[in-house]
Design a protein around this ligand. Structure first.
Ligand SMILES: [Zn+2]
Length: 402
């Protein structure tokens, strides 16, 4: 078998195509394979499939998988047919989809690699422009996304994520049951929920089917939920309540920090749960709490709140409110007020069977997507990366030769 026949067999070309020439350059590390079609073959019109005579040809190139270390390119004169009904049209080729500069096999490789590495790492490895890779990923994500059926979605989680400096926000909507990412929108609040309500109609779904929306207590989400999902119960998750409690501790800590009273490392020693801290941090934490009762009280309030919210019936919130209200710590008095105002939705979280773990897991995937898309430089890329990581999409991978 000569090399050209071997390449034709490996590429699984149909009978109408053949390899006419190939050229391996050891110096440039390239393999070029020229393809040509059988003279006289009539190709189907891409629109109506009618077999039509070749009108002229256009040269096209596709990046293929490397042949060992050789960067491989297919080059073909692609016929344009003249259909009596649709006029002059470029025919479809079996190894690539229309408009792509990669062969289908190469696209399959790109999709597989995207699970393991960032697009910039992939661009470097394949020596390709990242914009071309994003285009391929975007095509398959979009196609799979369009097919998603949301008719069974009943409970949604609404969360937001921001750029490092907090200048830009993205709203993230997840199905609480399947933990599937459903929707990503620029901005936060009401408009994002309105956009999601509209998008539902594209997925065999309707805003009226949503029974519960789990979200943080920001007024703009609340008003958006009320307006666009009037039948949904509004639930406030404990993850965000505890985030607010953590911020309240931070505010108290800053009073002391401003006076220069806190040694280095205090920030991390005072944050989070005690059991997550190192021995050294624990020691610093308890000595700071002993030296500064206000700080001790703030940490005590945070920990008690966490304990209460982890119980099935948060009856004990009553005494927590009394403690917070008398604590003479303004951040906790404000938090107490906020919790009281949203108490129904905070208690509803317990019955919703949604866990903080679900919310944290989705947050983690979105963080991975941010890294893959290098943050917020382009919302379009962030969206593609997020759906690759968290969308659980059924991507139509081009078939690899078996
Ligand atoms: Zn036609």
């Amino acid at each position: 078998m000569d090399a050209n026949k071997l390449f034709a067999a490996a590429l699984q070309l149909g009978s109408e195509w053949k390899v006419s020439r190939s050229e391996l350059s050891a110096k440039e590390h390239t393999l070029k394979i020229w393809l040509d079609f059988q003279q006289g073959h009539r190709f189907p019109c891409p629109e109506c499939r009618r077999a039509s005579p070749v009108h002229d040809t256009v040269e096209k190139r596709w990046r293929h998988m490397n042949f060992w270390q050789y960067r491989t390119e297919l080059i073909a004169r692609v016929p344009r047919i003249d259909c009596p009904e649709h006029g002059v049209r470029l025919v479809e080729v079996p190894w690539a989809r229309a408009g792509s500069g990669f062969t289908l096999m190469m696209e399959a490789v790109i999709l597989m690699l995207s699970r393991e590495m960032s697009v910039s790492a992939m661009a470097e490895m394949l020596k390709e422009q990242d914009t071309r890779l994003w285009r391929v990923l975007g095509h398959y994500v979009e196609k799979a996304y369009r097919r998603e059926d949301w008719s069974e979605v009943k409970k949604i989680l609404v969360d937001e994520t921001s750029s490092k400096r907090g200048h830009r926000y993205v709203t993230v909507v997840t199905d609480a049951e399947s933990r599937k990412l459903l929707f990503l929108a620029e901005g936060r609040g009401k408009e994002a929920l309105e956009a999601f309500a509209k998008e539902m109609k594209e997925h065999n779904a309707d805003p009226g089917q949503i029974e519960a929306i789990c979200m943080d207590m920001s007024p703009s989400y609340i008003s958006g939920a009320r307006e666009f999902f009037p039948k949904a119960e509004r639930i406030f998750d404990h993850f965000h309540v505890m985030q607010m409690a953590g911020e309240a501790v931070d505010q108290v800590r800053k009073e002391f920090g401003r006076q220069g009273l806190l040694p280095k490392g205090s920030l991390w020693a005072l944050r989070g749960n005690e059991w997550t801290r190192s021995e050294e941090q624990k020691g610093l934490r308890s000595s700071l709490c002993a030296a500064y009762p206000r700080l001790g009280r703030a940490i005590g309030l945070r920990e008690a709140l966490q304990e209460i919210l982890s119980q099935e019936d948060p009856q004990e919130l009553r005494w927590w409110f009394r403690w917070a209200d008398r604590s003479r710590l303004a951040p906790f008095r404000r938090l107490s007020k906020t919790i009281k105002e949203h108490l129904g939705g905070i208690i509803a979280f317990l019955q919703s069977r949604i866990t903080n773990g679900t919310i944290e897991a989705i947050n983690g995937l979105i963080q991975l997507a941010k890294r893959m898309a290098r943050g917020f430089r382009s919302f379009r890329y962030l969206r593609i990366a997020a759906f690759l990581k968290a969308g659980k999409l059924r991507l139509d991978l081009p078939a690899l030769p078996t």
